[in-house]
Design a binder for this molecule. Structure first.
Ligand SMILES: [Ca+2]
Ligand SMILES: [Ca+2]
Length: 178
């Protein structure tokens, strides 16, 4: 019986569902005119480590957009000017910067890396430098840096209930034999 209980306990531990450690958003869009920019919002939690890239996408011929990425924190809602951004990058994600970076027809893709210091809605602004236009892919990754306590899923709870019931039966049987 002890071995069975141990097996059930191990099963319950394996069925425990750990809290999400990483999230990723991938957004495809296009800048179609010089003045155009796109705003994308994502909810982040304070403490998350965020890496966002804005890559010039292939339009069938080449990669015409020279991306510029800026990020506005929840307490900074004025997204009208990249000069007001909390984080800004133009050419930090080319092959000269990272082996997996992406060069565009002219200049490079963009990358922004930061630790969220506020919980709330962050705005990611996708721009073309100057009057450059073209399709893009915005990828936002957020990783939890804290250690999360696993929580039991429904099946885990059922397994735990079985373990407790089995332990109760063993206890009752022993008392009857005594
Ligand atoms: Ca650029
Ligand atoms: Ca570069």
């Amino acid at each position: 019986m002890r071995i069975r209980i141990a097996v059930l306990l191990v099963a319950a531990a394996l069925l425990a569902v750990p809290a999400a450690q990483a999230q990723e958003w991938v957004i495809n869009g296009s800048i179609d005119s010089g003045p155009e920019f796109d705003l994308h919002t994502v909810s982040l939690i304070a403490g998350q480590e965020v890496t966002a890239t804005l890559v010039c996408a292939f339009d069938g011929v080449s990669r015409p957009l020279d991306p510029v990425l800026s990020v506005f924190r929840p307490s900074n809602p004025n997204t009208s000017d990249t000069a007001l951004a909390d984080y800004y990058n133009d050419d930090g994600f080319g092959t000269d910067d990272y082996p997996w970076g992406v060069d565009c027809d002219a200049f490079d893709s963009s990358i922004v890396i930061f630790t969220a210091d506020e919980t709330g809605t962050y705005t990611f602004r996708a721009d073309g430098f100057g009057s450059s236009t073209g399709p893009y892919t915005l990828t936002i990754g957020a990783v939890n840096t804290w250690v999360s306590i696993p929580t039991l899923g429904t099946v885990g709870f059922a397994a735990l209930a079985l373990v407790l019931a089995a332990a109760g039966l063993v206890f009752l049987r022993r008392r009857r034999h005594a």
